[in-house]
Design a protein around this ligand. Structure first.
Ligand code: F6R
Length: 609
């Protein structure tokens, strides 16, 4: 949700800021802007509606030379996408510029107060109160003015602030929204996320809430909310720029779909000891702790929530602990049953999703133990959790999640197996068999990817459709939900997922001649029932596309198209079944001419509630 970048050094700030913004466009892309302090110490600001390339073209025309600056790419919350609402936002005399990611919850109250004092607003944003507040408190001490302004803000923010009144100084801070500082040879890039700094450096400081960065006369200070110096250690990022680039693929999404075998192997492989047993460094839960736990909540949003639904099947079946899965934005306000015997598992690719983070904090407040599954080292979720499981999927840039999802499923299988083995609910033989099957999944995904041409042909059917239905039973229903979300978000096809047995209780009324129905039928004990449901759909004119294990009886006779996938245990099938649905969503989107990696209205990291 919005990306911010700031540069403080000796080089040309604009080039570094624009490159950083292009790596952050996944966070928002409806408008963008930059501001720099030029050679004459004057503040220059340019902003434009639309994609970053529109801004880049305008910046080229302007003479913007300077070595201190800030930039922003926006995902609109307050006010439509427009030049006026784009960041940076300026003080009335255009000497203070602010970029912001987050939401200032008390902005209306602050705006009324500032209007009363004679300030004029030119945008509909919440952010614009900030430069005015800094101006209000500025009595010749920039740092003090910023601290006073911060003390008035409620809500979430990551901020970058520069002012021509103080041309040697750059300030930045965060509360709930992420911010990192990249360092190299006395120069600094401040950004919402790592990809924005990778071409500059791989050495970073992760900022904690309320920490304030002050770059003054070439020196970096990090202070707490009281102005006390904070000692931080530099973290070296172990992935490089190439991992965050398309590397020859036409879209990040396709590259990430193809990275799934590696993501699966990395997520499992790093956890197996020489005996082939699971060893989890970040999980401190011992046998006694697990015996104390009487229920688990899994809380997440979107695709990560769907991973949680599969996690419930795995944990309940293998470790025999009851699991409730909830959507983070609902969980938080639901007065949940959390106490010291509750384990809350939060799942978040980015580790920065506002609703997930709020749910985590609420559960912590109520005494629950928190286990986080996340893909981003040092993210907010990672830092708040008691136990930590990193998915080693590498950076995920496409807005539609693919490899992070399959890595989250691997995480749940590993956790479920580890809990089961520790508690003694699974035999040694059952445990090692499952581990071997998880190890084989990477190769099985490669087999599915080699059939991509067939899936591309099937996508031609979906391109013509105005709506589609995705069906499954048991754990296949969770795959249907994830598959439907994927196609909705990138191909804008109205698609609903249903438990196949539920269709005849109402929704079947929507099936017409030619309506595409994707039936996921990978569960041995439910296949016959799925075949009956497919027949019901066929009898009403529906066009059935089935995803089934190879050699599944009767499927070929009933379905119009069959996508066959390799066999593994039914519990592990969601990893294999989801891959063709990702490719279907991808090809449908490409055939429709959509922007696959940056679908309309969306952003990758949802850091607002
Ligand atoms: C869909 C998608 C989203 C995210 C959701 C949670 O493809 O990516 O539904 O899964 O916004 O994001 P994280 O996992 O970062 O908390």
């Amino acid at each position: 949700m919005c990306g911010i970048v700031g540069f403080y050094g000796k080089q040309d700030a604009i080039a570094i800021i624009l490159e950083g913004l292009s790596a952050l466009e996944y966070r928002g892309y409806d408008s963008s802007g930059v501001a720099i302090l030029d050679e004459k110490h004057l503040l220059k600001c340019v902003k434009e509606k639309g994609r970053l390339k529109v801004l880049e073209a305008v910046v080229k025309e302007e003479h913007m030379v300077g070595s201190i600056g800030i930039g922003h790419t926006r995902w609109a919350t307050h006010g439509v996408p427009s030049k006026e609402n784009a960041h940076p936002h300026l003080s009335e005399d255009e000497t203070i510029a602010v970029v912001h990611n987050g939401i200032i919850e008390n902005y209306l109250e602050l705006k009324a107060e500032l209007v009363e004092k004679g300030y004029t607003f030119v945008s509909d944003t919440d952010t614009e109160v900030i430069p005015h507040l800094i101006d209000l408190y500025d009595e010749g001490d920039f740092e003090n003015a910023v601290y006073q302004a911060l003390s008035r803000l409620k809500g979430a923010y990551a901020l970058g602030i520069i002012s021509s009144r103080y041309p040697d100084t750059f300030m930045a801070t965060r509360k709930e929204s992420p911010l990192v500082v990249g360092v190299k040879d006395g120069e600094y890039v401040v950004a919402s996320d790592i990809p924005a700094i990778l071409s500059f450096t791989r050495d970073v400081y992760y900022l904690d809430n309320h920490e304030v960065v002050i770059l003054d006369k070439g020196h970096l200070r990090i202070q707490d909310s009281q102005g006390h110096l904070v000692n931080k250690t530099v973290t070296h990022i172990d992935w490089n720029k190439e991992a965050a680039s398309k590397n020859g693929y036409s879209h990040f999404m396709m590259k990430e779909i193809y990275e799934q075998p590696t993501a699966i192997r990395e997520t499992l492989g790093r956890r197996l000891d020489e005996k082939g047993h699971i060893h989890l460094d970040g999980i401190k839960l011992q046998k006694e702790d697990l015996e104390q736990i009487d229920k688990i909540y899994i809380v997440a949003c979107g695709t990560a929530y769907h991973a949680g639904l599969v996690g419930k099947y795995a944990i309940e079946k293998l470790a025999r602990i009851p699991v409730t899965v909830d959507i983070a934005s609902e969980f938080r306000y639901s007065d949940p049953f959390i106490d010291r015997k509750t384990l809350l598992i939060v799942v978040s690719q980015s580790g920065e999703t506002a609703d997930t983070l709020a749910a985590l904090k609420e559960a912590k407040r109520r005494g629950g133990r928190i286990l986080a599954i996340t893909n981003v080292v040092g993210s907010s979720v990672a830092r708040e959790a008691d136990d930590l499981f990193y998915t080693w999927a590498g950076p995920e840039i496409a807005v539609a999640s693919t490899k992070a999802y399959t890595a989250q499923l691997v995480a749940f299988y590993i956790l479920a197996l580890h809990f089961a083995y520790t508690k003694g609910t699974l035999t040694e033989g059952g445990y090692t068999d499952y581990i071997q099957e998880v190890e084989a999944l990477g190769t099985q995904v490669e087999i599915i990817l080699s059939e991509k041409d067939h899936i591309q042909d099937v996508a031609r059917i979906l391109v013509e459709a105005t709506s589609a239905f995705y069906l499954g039973r048991g754990v296949d229903y969770t795959t249907a939900m994830e598959a439907a979300l994927k196609i909705k978000e990138i191909s804008y096809l109205h698609t609903e997922a249903f438990a196949a047995g539920e269709l005849k209780h109402g929704t079947i009324a929507l099936i017409e001649e030619g309506t595409p129905v994707l039936a996921i039928a990978t569960q041995d004990h439910l296949v016959e029932k799925m075949v009956s449901n497919m027949k019901e759909v066929k009898a009403r004119g529906g066009y059935v596309i089935a995803i089934a294990k190879e050699d599944t009886p009767h499927i070929q006779q009933v379905a119009d198209q069959v996508i066959e996938i390799p066999k593994t245990s039914d519990l592990l099938m969601p990893i294999l079944a989801v891959v063709p649905t990702q490719l279907l969503a991808y090809y449908t989107s490409v055939l429709k001419g959509n922007d696959v990696d940056k679908p309309r209205n969306l952003a990758k990291s949802v850091t607002v509630e």
